[in-house]
Design a protein around this ligand. Sequence first.
Ligand SMILES: [Zn+2]
Length: 248
Amino acid sequence: MAKADELKRMIAQAGSVVAFTGAGISTESGIPDFRSPGGIWTKYRPIEFGEFLASAEARRESWRRKFATHETMQKATPNAGHRALSRLVELGKMPAIITQNIDCLHQASGVADDKVIELHGNTTYAACLDCQRRHELEWVREVFANDEELPLCVGCGGMIKTATISFGQAMPEAEMARAHEATLGADLFIVLGSSLVVYPAAGFPILAKRNGARLVIVNREPTDQDELADLVINAEIGSTMSRAVGVN
Ligand SMILES: [Zn+2]
């Protein structure tokens, strides 16, 4: 635990700490990492955005997969890692959490929406691809339960999709800009539970480091950016962050 204590000192010395989170922080809440060995994306090829637009069958398959994992997502609650970050936000130490996750667990741990920058969107609701109007999943499920009828926007009739960024779909510009700005404002940048292989998201730790921030990586497995980091902790996120922040 000496490394967690070192992280604690680094947090104490920092003025602005920005977190960058990936699937690893949520596996401790029981949400599987879809990219890990045995994960859903190693069994089923992801449905790319172009296919979703072009094919009704791809849209049906996407909703089937969504509802197959829906209950696991719904039951998941924030863990010690999420709570530690929430505490840092509360203390005014952490102006932003940049996340690759789509599970909404940072918000569920008490962090305000405007402090969570979701690079890959959010899977806890759906949105119209034309007018962006929000639609609740319970409503989509009722529609889909009717012989796999595809949901259409109640406002404009457009296609509805979970509010996530699919492979082949453009990154959200506003979120990318906010993440860029938050990264440049950090003097300590902590990566938690990301293997740092998915770009452009994985470019933010590199940007932070080039901008003079100290970089910490907390991940169960080594990552491609370990050599850049000032501190690498290969351990559970929950226990590490509990110790570093002093919350359970
Ligand atoms: Zn619409």
